[in-house]
Design a protein around this ligand. Structure first.
Ligand code: ZN
Ligand code: ZN
Length: 590
């Protein structure tokens, strides 16, 4: 304390030229203060000397207290109110401080006050207040600020426009985000990254891949950086776009990003999700300092590809390496057990997770256990586990049990589960379809008719699902009843031909009472037919589907892999199916 006080320069009220050096040392004193107590002393001195009204002093002081490491928004507002004629920088400092505080909405009020006081805004003011709107989810406020930006003529500031894009993207207003992007005269990598994240957030994964190409072509080449690569890899994973993912991998290597841990981890995830486990494992082994995310990505890769035992092996190796598993690691591990039907192993892990690692089971862990028990026929046990859960069962877990009821033909329990779903107001068309399947496989046609009528009365329709397939780096999407694909008529012809070939091989379309006229046109069938059509014989076909694959399509794929001698990988909502020589890696268990 003493030390600081003695450092204060002795200044007269109105500093003369000779006082300039002393003023400078006061500023550097403010800038170097790291503790609130030091600033309190300086504050007292400033009031005594009336230096507070000097903006060359009050600005650094305000910045010092409102930004990290001190970051005291109450104190800064108090100081701000003591400044008799605050200028744009004062205002900006306060707005910026609120944008990183727990009260971002207050930044918006300060901005409004600024307008009221007729203080000229600069692009920084708008950028900081936009950040407040993003953080505080002020949708209406953000749109108001946008109008102001247009009026203030700040439409050429790339940084500001990027923040504006981010605002629209965060609020799911994808159209406006793209519009801002399109109107930007100069685009830097950050702007492109916001665009790609916006695409991913809004489920426009194919467009996200496109960004990678667009950045590197045209007049203003803007090279993708590590952040772009992260987003694009995520898009590749979602779409099962292996070839594209490989290109990104190459790019990462060429640009020296291959040491970045987060990129390596997402490469492991990408290769796993594209069913390319050997590549995933190769990247995984090359990582020098594997963290919990790396290990979990690899475990999850083996798990979702139906290699539960290998997933457990990796976990054991992880333990030997002294890396502590987290919640996600156990989710991956337990899902591996459930996909492979490893009941004893799963139970042991579930137990060790709580006892040894102190991880309280969450809804996902329970979900895996319910799935596992359901798979091995312990449907009642699975039901009891749900009832005994420490957290409230959600729709997903009930749905998992419903799936198990279907596989095991448990009609009574299936009805009970539907009741629970209705209670949660979460019943979906798919749930009723499952129940329909349960009734029809039990031959209870009365119930079938009753349920069908109820669905019709309530206007419950099944939503069309989508399947994607990547051919030569391009993603093709198919939906039931959607004929927008440019080769759709050829696809239908090919599908007919395949069906005829498979029938010779003994394929019988699954006839259930809910069979619709276009059962043969499920989106994954269209994608498979397109795969056969558009690739040379013997090429592996990779399809990604957003819902669970149905029994009929599963049979179809099995037969196709044998009759056409093609390897097929279908990733559905929950797992991978590797079809080869008429068999599937899941052993018809999904
Ligand atoms: Zn199907
Ligand atoms: Zn399968």
């Amino acid at each position: 304390m003493q030390q600081i006080s003695s450092n204060f320069p002795s200044l007269s009220r109105f500093p003369s030229k000779s006082n300039q050096t002393q003023l400078k040392s006061l500023i550097s004193l403010i800038k170097s203060a790291t503790k609130a107590t030091q600033l309190h002393q300086i504050h007292a001195y400033l009031i005594r000397s009336s230096l507070f009204q000097e903006s060359s002093i009050s600005i650094p002081f305000l910045q010092r207290i409102s930004l990290p490491p001190i970051q005291n928004s109450n104190y800064s507002l108090q100081i701000f109110s003591q400044i008799s004629r605050p200028n744009v920088t004062h205002y900006n400092t306060i707005i910026r401080a609120y944008s990183i505080s727990i009260h971002p909405e207050r930044g918006f009020y300060v901005y409004r006050d600024m307008i009221r006081q007729c203080i000229r805004r600069n692009p920084q003011s708008s950028s900081f207040v936009m950040k407040c709107c993003i953080k505080g989810r002020l949708v209406f406020g953000g749109v108001q600020v946008h109008t102001r930006i247009l009026r203030d003529g700040h439409c050429s500031d790339t940084f500001l426009l990027t923040t504006l894009m981010d605002f629209y993207s965060c609020n799911g207003d994808y159209d406006n985000a793209c519009k801002v992007f399109d109107e930007m005269s100069v685009r830097d990598t950050v702007a492109w990254n916001v665009l790609v994240s916006c695409y991913i957030r809004n489920g426009r994964t194919r467009d996200a891949l496109d960004v990678f190409n667009r950045m590197q072509s045209g007049e203003n080449i803007c090279y993708p950086d590590d952040v772009t690569c992260l987003f694009v890899l995520q898009a590749c994973s979602n779409l099962c776009a292996l070839e594209f993912g490989e290109r990104v991998h190459e790019y990462i290597r060429d640009h020296g990003y291959h040491r970045a841990l987060n990129l390596c981890n997402s490469l492991v995830a990408m290769y796993s999700k594209c069913g390319q486990l050997d590549k995933a494992y190769e990247v995984f082994q090359e990582i020098h300092h594997k963290d919990v995310v790396s290990w979990t990505a690899m475990i999850s890769g083996f798990a979702s590809n139906g290699l539960g035992k290998k997933a457990i092996n990796v976990f054991e190796e992880m333990e030997r390496n002294g890396v502590l598993p987290d919640e996600q690691t156990f989710t991956a591990l337990l899902s591996g057990c459930s996909h492979s039907g490893l009941l004893e192993e799963g139970k042991l892990i579930f137990d060790r997770m709580q006892r040894e690692f102190g991880v309280t089971p969450n809804i996902h862990h329970y979900g895996c256990m319910v799935d596992l028990m359901g798979r091995v026929g312990l449907v009642e046990d699975a039901f009891n586990l749900i009832i005994s859960m420490s957290c409230k069962p959600d729709a997903t877990i009930w749905r998992t049990l419903l799936g198990a009821c279907k596989v095991n033909g448990c009609m009574k329990l299936g009805e009970q589960v539907i009741e629970h779903l209705i209670e949660l107001k979460a019943q979906e068309a798919g749930d009723y379809i499952l129940l329909l399947n349960i009734y029809s496989s039990a031959g209870n046609w009365e119930k079938v008719i009753e349920l069908r009528k109820m669905m019709k009365d309530k206007g419950i329709h099944t939503t069309p699902s989508a399947s994607t397939i990547e051919i030569k780096g391009e993603i093709h999407e198919f939906r039931v009843d959607d004929s927008s694909h440019y080769r759709i008529s050829e696809v239908y012809e090919m599908l007919d031909e395949i069906e005829n070939q498979l029938k010779i091989g003994g394929y019988v379309a699954q006839i259930t009472c809910e069979k619709e006229a276009r059962l043969s046109y499920h989106s994954e069938k269209l994608a498979m037919a397109f795969g056969v059509l558009a690739t040379p014989p013997g090429t592996k076909i990779r399809v990604a589907k957003d819902l669970r694959i149905c029994v009929d399509c599963h049979n179809f794929a099995k037969m196709l892999s044998g009759v056409y001698n093609r390897e097929l990988v279908i990733r559905d909502r929950t797992r991978f199916h590797h079809f080869r020589e008429g068999r599937c890696s899941c052993d018809d268990f999904w």
